[in-house]
Structures are given as structure tokens and as C-alpha cells.
Design a protein. Sequence first.
Length: 141
Amino acid sequence: MAISNSRLRALDPHARTVSFTYKDYADGQRLKTLVLPAPEFLRRFLFHVLPRGFTKIRHYGLLGNNRRRRQVTLARSALEASPLRFQPKLTRPCTPAAPLLCPHCQSPEVRCLARINASGVWTFFAPTVPLARRVVYLDSS
């Protein structure tokens, strides 16, 4: 439960406020009283109510509150020293990948020829290939 009945102190129907106690951990774990408007109290309360069909699972084992700090550091040191720890082994030196080549002219240069926008319209750019490298098609008719 998000808050027990013993922590509820007062309910003021005229001012529409709810007062309850809480432990202030920043102030030496002192008990303090907080007065909230009823809608704000209900909003904060409902943060702790799970939707239908959900089950609350609390931490246990390594992550239990009473042993988390000690056990997690032990687990990390055990994993560091474990013989089963994955160590990637390189069998051969990495070679750089071959550059991409144009399927038409086999050139490694990549040039943007056109852009297609979201509606499918093509916008062609001015040709950037030098004249000596352009392919010329002759009409033989």
C-alpha cells in the first residue's frame, strides 16, 4: 500500500486538505507532517496503485535493500575474475573494407545526382562529372 492509515493525521472537508506524516531522510530521518490539497494527495497516491492485471515485484537476492551495496560489489569483482568472462580473440588483423565502386564505371567516387522528396518528386542536380569523363551516346540513325 502506498500509505498506511496510521500515517493519516487529519482530513479537513471545508479546506479540502489531507495531512499525513512522512520521514524526512534529508533532515536526519525526522517525522514531519505534510498538508496537501485533496486532489494533489490523490494524484500522488495513485502513482503507487498498479493498473489491473499488474503484479508488484520487489527486489530480492542481490538487489535486496539490506544487502545490495555489499553483494553487488562482490558480484562485480567475481565477474571480473571469472574464467568464463568473454574475451574477444582476434585471429587475424583487421583489414579495411574495400571501397564502394560505381556499378557502371567502377569509380570509387560517389556523387549525388538527384534527390527524391517525400511526395516522390525527383530533383536532379547539375552534372559534376568533367567533360572528359562523360559518356557520350551517338545516334547512329
